[in-house]
Design a protein around this ligand. Structure first.
Ligand SMILES: NC(=O)c1ccc[n+]([C@@H]2O[C@H](COP(=O)([O-])OP(=O)(O)OC[C@H]3O[C@@H](n4cnc5c(N)ncnc54)[C@H](OP(=O)(O)O)[C@@H]3O)[C@@H](O)[C@H]2O)c1
Length: 262
């Protein structure tokens, strides 16, 4: 099985911590040159020092706020003009604030749409010309299992994740003929700062300890534990590899079996 990414260039969004960072580490370990892309330059520079360089990989850092799509568009287009091009894209950013859909301000949906879909779209439009000319493209979107089964208490997130999944499936149909695959990887409960915040919120709301809220979350997962970020990254890296060249348009949960539908 060909998992070799030597000579490939990967843009990894939301990579200063958590799932995105784990993806960046995994892609670099398979030989890719990685560009880390999010808001916190200091944190990104620190991650950059952890990336594998044993095959001569060159890594970079790019900064923009994905809640400002025009900023993202300018940053990525300027970067590409400076002779950078990519065959692999991991679309990822911070999750919307929790809360019931019915109580959410209408602007929260607009903001989340900008953060998760419009910014992704600017990046895809900037990167696909090179993917087409190389005859190799891998677009991987980090979404959520809520694409398959809405999660209680994540009203804005559930809504926007569905839009991102439909956008991705449409792109898979449009870009397949250019050997560009578009796939969604859906994290379940993954041990990151985002999960800590969600569990703390549930503990407060239910007036239980964080320890009890953690046990409750694990008990609804057949594997009875949270994912390590690197377990998610392994799935994303496989989809980025030559070995996954005929897989496109899918939603792949990495959730320890938590999603109860087929
Ligand atoms: N962890 C889970 O259990 C879980 C489950 C389901 C879905 N998800 C989703 O998977 C994605 C990644 O989750 P995670 O747990 O790794 O989250 P995380 O630990 O909160 O990390 C989020 C990453 O996104 C970046 N980011 C946040 N807001 C941004 C913005 N406005 N512009 C640019 N970058 C931004 C952050 O970097 P900077 O601060 O440097 O910008 C950070 O690197 C999220 O969408 C999350 O909702 C996670």
């Amino acid at each position: 099985m060909d998992l070799n990414l030597a000579g490939k260039h990967a843009l990894v969004c939301g990579s200063s911590q958590g799932i995105g960072k784990a993806c960046a580490l995994e892609l670099a370990s398979l030989g890719a040159n990685v560009t880390l892309f999010s808001r916190n330059q200091t944190a990104l520079e620190a991650v950059k020092t952890e990336l594998d360089t044993s095959q001569g990989q060159q890594h970079n850092v790019l900064v923009a706020d994905f809640s400002q799509p025009e900023q993202v568009k300018t940053a990525i287009n300027n970067f590409i003009t400076e002779q950078h091009s990519f065959e692999i894209l991991i679309n990822n950013t911070g999750g919307p604030a929790p809360g019931l859909a019915i109580n959410s301000d209408a602007n929260a949906f607009v903001n989340a749409f900008n953060l998760h879909l419009v910014s992704n779209h600017h990046i895809v439009q900037a990167l696909t010309p090179n993917m087409k000319s190389k005859g190799y493209g891998r677009i991987i979107n980090v979404i959520s299992t809520s694409v398959k089964q809405p999660l209680n208490g994540l009203g804005v997130s559930n809504t926007i994740r569905g839009a991102v999944a439909s956008w991705a499936k449409t792109l898979a149909n449009e870009l397949g003929e250019f050997s560009i695959t578009v796939n969604n990887v859906l994290p379940g409960a993954t041990a990151t700062a985002r999960l800590d915040a969600i569990i703390a919120g549930k503990a407060k709301k239910q007036n239980i300890s964080i320890e009890q809220a953690t046990i409750n979350e694990k008990n609804i997962i057949p594997m009875r534990r949270f994912a390590k970020p690197e377990e998610f990254a392994a799935a994303a890296a496989f989809l980025a590899s030559p070995a996954a060249g005929y897989i496109t348009g899918i939603n792949l949960p990495v959730d320890g079996g938590r999603t109860s539908c087929l």
